[in-house]
Design a protein around this ligand. Structure first.
Ligand code: PLP
Length: 377
């Protein structure tokens, strides 16, 4: 988390402890005012209006609300949803719930570069299609889907377009109007805010979108998500969005430069390969396959200096190949020795040099242990 975010949050744990839904005293008003400011900050990051932001406990909840909520609300219009095989589990599992509850879901394949095929998307549309859910940027490869094109297709057929922008928001410009997005999920901890806070953007005009609540209770968040608001978390989320807006340009250029440098160094190791469309990627993520390396063993030897993962945080401990890489036709053995390497606001050039050497050494050690040639390293 950005220390400036923490600083902004701290008063809301103690001296400004009010409940934002308490309308009868000044403590409640103070908290409500802080939430209102945060709502503006979050909305501004994605070009939305504050009244279109529904605060949630994170992107997983926002995704559940978007998919299940749209499925329930628009059930009279149809019961078909289109998504893609490389989505985050939160989307795939919400879609599985839809199928268990009488809906139909089409899972679009991706090409080897991780991109969907827009013609296949259009062909998958039926008279029952109510929602297209395509992620903005993949969390394992950073690959950016053509969201504006997806949105045009959705509009042409009068279908709602939802995007999981958890990885993209705050890192690259995301604008719900330019991109024609009807619903968008995001999460504070991906942009240097606290964990356990997120939001669903729900378009209010052209068209007005509604979702059925998935958490019932006191009717908070315009009846779309009940439950006392996490005021410190939301305040931190707002601040994190404000900082992202201020830093985005310079930060993304800086991170891309460092990421490309690190990638170039790692690619000097023989049998390495970058996964996903390199031209259409987030600036701070790289997914690299290391041939002839035991991925389990390498992860065990990471120590405390370098932190990388195989797949997303929820599945990185399993020894199953990533569903994202498998969908991109990467064989299981190679997927298991492929890692997501990501950089962030606090990565320094010295970290790149350190990490490049780290990878060269650890891969050489592994291959020697496996009696595999390490020429070129
Ligand atoms: N979607 C994507 C693309 C993600 O990367 C993540 C988190 O890793 C999520 C959804 C889930 O977000 P949260 O942990 O806030 O529920």
């Amino acid at each position: 988390m950005d220390p400036k975010v923490l600083e902004t949050m701290l008063p809301y744990f103690l001296e400004k402890f009010g409940n934002a839904a308490s309308r009868s005293h000044v403590y409640g008003w103070t908290a409500e005012e802080a939430v209102d400011i945060a709502r503006e900050q979050v909305a501004e990051l994605i070009g939305a209006h504050a009244t279109e932001i529904v605060f949630t406990s994170g992107a997983t909840e926002a995704i559940n609300l978007a998919i299940k909520g749209a499925f329930e609300h628009y059930s009279e219009k149809g019961n078909h949803i289109i998504t893609c095989v490389t989505e985050h589990r939160a989307v795939l599992d919400s879609c599985a719930w839809v199928e268990q509850n009488g809906g139909n879901v089409t899972y679009l394949p991706v090409a080897q570069n991780g991109l969907i095929d827009l013609e296949k998307l259009e062909r998958a549309i039926t008279k029952d299609t109510i929602l297209i859910s395509i992620l903005y940027a993949n969390n394992e490869t950073g690959v950016l889907q053509p969201v504006a094109d997806v949105s045009n297709i959705a509009k042409k057929h009068d279908i709602l377009f939802f995007t999981d922008a958890t990885q993209a928001a705050g890192k690259i410009p995301v604008n719900v109007n330019d991109d024609g997005i009807d619903m968008l999920a995001m999460s504070a901890h991906k942009l240097y805010g606290p964990k356990g806070t997120g939001a669903l953007y729900v378009r209010k005009k052209n068209p007005k979108v509604t979702v059925s609540s998935q958490i019932h209770g006191g009717g908070h968040e315009k009846n779309m998500r009940s439950g006392t608001l996490n005021v410190p978390g939301i305040v931190g989320f707002g601040k994190a969005c404000e900082l992202s807006m201020q830093h985005m340009d310079a930060e993304s250029r800086f991170l891309k430069q460092l990421r490309d440098q690190l990638e170039a160094e790692i690619l000097l190791i023989s049998g390495t390969h970058v996964n996903g469309c390199v031209e259409k990627r987030l600036p701070h993520i790289s997914n690299i396959s290391f041939q002839n390396v035991n991925g389990d063993q390498l992860l065990l030897e990471l120590g405390t200096d370098v932190a990388i993962s195989r797949g997303s945080a929820c599945s990185s401990v399993t020894s199953k190949p990533s569903h994202v890489l498998s969908a991109m036709d990467i064989p299981d053995a190679l997927a298991l020795s492929s890692f997501r390497i990501s950089l962030g606001r606090f990565t320094a050039p010295a970290d790149i040099e350190f990490s490049a050497n780290f990878f060269k050494e650890i891969v050489a050690k592994h291959r020697t242990a496996m009696h595999i040639s390490t020429v070129n390293i």
